[in-house]
Ligand binder design. Structure first.
Ligand code: PLP
Length: 497
């Protein structure tokens, strides 16, 4: 039975009323509800500007909601099976950093997989928490890292009984999950919080055909990018919480520390309305979407040289479950890399994929995906197969480094250490002072405090040759390394190196 209260959109409704009330706007923003004509206004029309106001009287405040934002968050909590929801306007990145900072103080341990998004590493730097990395499952056919085995987490919990939290990705960028329910139960037995990255998991809350959501598994906190698959505007996300282990005062303080003091009302409104649609239409539409994705897989599976990942593939490799709304498509058996396929599909067919990796391409589907979209993708893949399969004699040199670099110090220590700039090729065996990655997926190949290995340098060369943009602090072929000679524990620092 659906709850009729979910038909309300408290924030959006009042925001519209305010924008249309003929108010005299002697506050910011300076466009004064769209009075300054510009190209954007010409294109979008004034309505977008009318909705862009900055916490006027009656519209509540995101940093301390007591009125309609609080009401909208309560509805969101109910829709997402949580006790509390915190709206965010700086993406899941801010949610992840806030969750980590609320759960761990400097030097306290947190158990987490190494294949995390850069925001988690930033959370480690800001909090000073000590990571206990669990090695994820590696799929060497696809060249990606997936979920973590329950046994590996169990071992980490048993060998680090004082850890404060266990961090789980639910699901990874590629749709793989870990045995979340068992991990939650075990972590709670050891009085540890479970924090989830559900940047790619919004749809889990509205469908039984998808993996279990963090809140349903009993996790303490999770952040979900409603903007990625739930239909709200880019940058709008939510922290969801459940149970009594969460320190809400600390969580609120850290959110307010990291988030803008001028939160976008458009983004808040978009969370309010996306929640309503997901609540009433999500179940039916995601069911249809999963069915459509399965049909598309059947079509794609028959294309020579192309493999598409499905639940059967995942289960056969010891996986727990799989998000079927992610189309992970291996193209390297055609003799081309995912990077080449990604560019060709855009150039020739105007198909924009989510990302490419060495072996594969990734398409992300949502309630907004149509059958025509998937037919178009199938057609384009057939074209790729016709042009490359058995024609290219040499397979691309496929590179995937199965070992993450060894860790020398906490990320925070290396972040604050004195640094030297050296050429990338001269940095082997040095301690990295920064994160280096390709984006997307934004999973750092090296983080501050890790030893830069020869393998990582080879991988970086490979990615650069294939046209990937390397994200690092330096953009001129240099990298920041720790200046070991001058690295002293600074006054007040809280851990040994
Ligand atoms: C796995 C994962 N976690 C977290 C994030 C951060 O989310 P957001 O872009 O909403 O800040 C991303 C972004 O791509 C991601 O892929």
């Amino acid at each position: 039975m659906k709850d009729d209260r979910q038909r309300q959109t408290p924030f959006f409704t009042k925001l519209k009323e305010y924008g249309q009330s003929g108010v005299t706007p002697l506050d910011v923003p300076g466009h004064k509800l769209g009075r300054i004509k510009n190209d954007l206004l010409d294109f979008t029309g004034a309505n977008m500007f009318i909705l862009d106001s900055n916490a006027p009287l009656g519209l509540d405040q995101l940093a301390k909601p007591v009125g309609i934002i609080k009401d909208a968050e309560k509805l969101a909590a109910q829709a997402f099976h949580a006790d509390h929801a915190y709206f965010l306007v700086n993406g899941t990145s801010v949610g992840i950093m806030s969750m980590i900072m609320s759960a761990c103080r400097a030097s306290e341990e947190i158990i987490l997989p190494r294949n995390v998004h850069k925001s988690i590493i930033n959370g480690l730097i800001l909090s000073g928490a000590t990571p206990v990395f669990v090695h994820p499952d590696i799929d060497s056919d696809l060249g990606i890292a997936n979920g973590v085995q329950f046994e590996a987490v169990k071992k980490a919990i048993e060998t680090h009984p004082n850890a404060k939290a266990v961090f789980v990705i639910n699901p990874t960028y590629f749709g793989f999950t870990s045995d979340l329910k068992r991990i939650v139960d075990l972590a709670h037995q050891h009085d540890m919080q479970v924090i989830c990255d559900e940047a790619h998991g919004t749809q889990f809350y509205f469908s039984d055909s998808l993996p279990i959501s963090a809140m349903d598994a009993g996790a303490d906190m999770s952040t979900t990018s409603v903007h990625k698959t739930g239909g709200s505007l880019t940058q709008s996300s939510m922290i969801l919480t459940k149970g009594s282990r969460v320190d809400h005062v600390r969580l609120r303080t850290t959110i307010n520390m990291l988030q803008s003091t001028s939160p976008s009302s458009l983004l808040i409104a978009s969370l309010d309305v996306a929640r309503k649609t997901l609540y009433f239409e999500g179940e039916e539409r995601i069911k249809k979407l999963v069915h459509m994705a399965q049909k598309a897989r059947e079509q794609i599976r028959g294309i020579p040289g192309i493999t598409v990942i499905d639940k059967k593939y995942v289960m056969a490799r010891g996986g727990i479950s799989f998000d079927e709304t992610k189309l992970v498509i291996k193209v390297s058996d055609l003799g081309i890399t995912g990077f080449e396929a990604y560019k060709e599909l855009r150039r020739k067919f105007n198909i924009q994929l989510e990302l490419a990796e060495t072996h594969l391409i990734l398409a992300i589907l949502s309630m907004g995906t149509t059958k025509d979209d998937l037919d178009h993708l199938t057609l384009a893949l057939k074209d790729l197969s016709r042009r490359y399969y058995k024609i290219r004699k040499t397979l691309p040199k496929i590179k995937f480094n199965y070992q993450f670099p060894a860790s020398y110090s906490r990320p925070r220590d290396a972040y604050h250490a004195p640094k030297l700039q050296v050429k990338l090729e001269d940095s082997a065996n040095e301690i990295s002072g920064e994160m280096i990655m390709i984006y997307p997926p934004g999973i750092p190949m090296v983080i501050p405090g890790e030893i830069i290995s020869e393998e990582v340098l080879e991988d970086l060369q490979f990615y650069m040759k294939n046209g990937s943009v390397i994200h690092s602090e330096m953009d001129n072929g240099y990298v920041k390394i720790v200046d070991k000679e001058h690295w002293q524990k600074w006054e007040g620092e809280d851990s040994e190196i």
